[in-house]
Design a protein around this ligand. Structure first.
Ligand code: MNH
Length: 467
């Protein structure tokens, strides 16, 4: 009997499509786009296919948008979450918080166990009233601006920030009262922009060319940390357990496995995580949805019909939010075209041959290009068309299972998914019920990236509806 030795799996044997004209040292970096890197990843996929490679400073980066390959990559048995460069750098702000923890860090499992009950559909009852108040403040803000252009991404950012501040840790940023953003928010946005810009930079370049920016960045991080620590200290002084928010839960709930509470520093990391992960992402979706609603009055009208049927009393009740199926489809379709977290990283848990064809050694990683996956030919011939009916239940059931992943996959998928849907549907329904939207005919959608996506420069006119 003869035995065959399996061929060793070696990264060097992996051959993938890639951009032409490689330079010997800098690889494909001449083509590096730091300010629109996920749209650049999408354009690459349109040129080179569902799996391709770029060489960035000598490192091989693999971009995947083929749903069949994702059957393997999205499977936690075979691949797992990887902290890619921009996310790893977020650890300077969010440390071992849920989003930026390594899979093996004990604080991930602990915080996940403690916080998961706060993000179930049932838990939305505890946040609904605060979300409504924030939506009400937006309505008031826009009512006072009839006939004026409103800066949509800026205002949806305000709502989402107020929502996470109040439901997260009982904090009001007073976004609708201030003329300038809250100092913590400015510092945080600057920090995220810095992290995104410097992600592929070299420490030496940061210490020289960007010396001042780097110093500002350190000051920003210190200021944000102090503010949050003060919020936590004040809650301790006042006594935790009286507020139905995430901070109370973190101060009082023990890990069912070990009986331990989260430590002080980890609580700060979680709060910063919720601020960063749960604010711009949701706000971006609201802004993209409003853009499409302003361009498709027939879709806005269909949504208003549904809203009128479901929202029968003065206030939108918590159970009614889940009944706004069409508004939910508008949200899903906005997230298809512009998944505001535009991709995620996965690494191979063992040597593997992806798709029976591409060898990856253990711990090698890929970037999943959601922008392109969500425009894959399986969506049909008109992927750029905004059409909420793509999310009718029959169509969802008939769809390839890996074709839509705006919240990531597996055990490290978004914990805030339910929360985001509740908040976004509630805010959009409130806007549609109160306002007619007028688009700026000169506006052409331009998408800005600061780790998350938003419609750059989008402005609309909001006029109060008579009823
Ligand atoms: Mn969210 C993880 C997208 C809203 C808190 N979120 C993720 C991931 C994606 C994502 C994608 C997985 C990233 C990865 O694999 O590296 N999140 C979104 C989008 C929205 C969103 C598109 C809004 C729409 N997220 C929210 C909200 C919160 C939140 C709201 C909190 C209130 N998200 C998280 C946390 C994680 C996460 C926390 C990390 C979970 C974990 O790793 O355990």
């Amino acid at each position: 009997m003869t035995t065959t030795t399996p061929r060793p799996i070696r990264a060097q044997d992996r051959e993938l499509p890639h951009p032409p004209y490689r330079l010997p040292v800098l690889g494909d970096v001449w083509d590096l786009h730091v300010t629109d890197s996920s749209q650049w990843g999408m354009r690459g996929a349109q040129k080179f296919g569902g799996i391709y490679e770029r060489n960035i400073f000598g490192a091989r980066v693999t971009y995947v948008s083929d749903p069949d390959l994702l059957r393997e990559i999205n499977d936690d048995e075979l691949w797992s979450k990887f902290l890619g460069v921009p996310i790893r750098d977020l650890r300077s702000v969010a440390g071992d918080g849920l989003f930026t923890a390594h899979n093996s860090e004990p604080n991930w499992a602990k915080a996940h166990a403690i916080l998961a009950p706060s993000f179930t559909a049932a838990a939305m009852k505890g946040y609904h009233a605060a979300m409504q108040r924030c939506a009400g403040e937006l309505v008031e803000h826009w009512t006072g601006r009839a006939g004026e252009w409103v800066d949509v991404p800026s205002d949806t950012n305000k709502v989402a920030l107020e929502v996470i501040g109040r439901t997260g840790f009982g904090y009001e940023f007073e976004s609708f009262i201030r003329t300038d953003p809250h100092p913590v928010v400015s510092a945080m946005l600057r920090a995220l922009t810095y992290i995104n810009r410097s992600a592929y930079s070299h420490p030496l370049i940061e210490r020289t060319v960007f010396r001042q920016q780097r110093a500002q960045h350190r000051a920003d991080v210190a200021m944000v940390n102090e503010t949050i620590d003060e919020v936590i200290a004040r809650r301790r002084r006042e006594g935790a357990g009286e507020h139905s928010d995430l901070l109370d839960r973190m101060l009082t709930a023990a890990d069912p496995e070990t009986g331990e509470l989260l430590d002080e520093k980890n609580i700060r990391h979680q709060i910063l995580t919720f601020l960063a992960a749960g604010h711009e992402t949701s706000a971006g979706v609201m802004a993209f949805a409003l853009h499409y609603l302003s361009r498709h009055p027939e879709i806005a009208e269909q949504a208003r019909t549904e809203i009128a049927q479901v929202w029968t009393g003065d206030e939108l009740e918590v159970e009614q939010v889940a009944k706004l199926r069409y508004v939910r489809r508008i949200v899903d379709e906005s997230l298809r075209l512009w998944p505001t977290a535009p991709g995620y990283f996965r690494k191979a848990r063992a040597n593997t041959i992806l798709g029976g064809q591409y060898p990856f050694e253990k711990n090698e990683w890929v970037f999943v290009v959601l922008l392109q996956l969500h425009r894959h030919e399986l969506w049909g011939g008109d992927p750029e068309t905004f059409n909420p009916d793509r999310f009718l239940p029959d169509r969802v059931r008939a769809r390839h299972p890996e074709l839509y992943r705006p919240f990531g996959v597996g055990m490290r998928a978004c914990i805030g998914r339910q929360f985001a849907y509740h908040e976004i549907v509630l805010v959009l329904a409130t806007i549609l019920r109160n306002f007619d939207l007028t688009a700026d005919p000169g506006y052409e959608l331009k998408v800005k990236e600061t780790i998350t996506l938003k419609p750059d420069g989008l402005r609309l006119k909001m006029s109060r509806r008579q009823d």
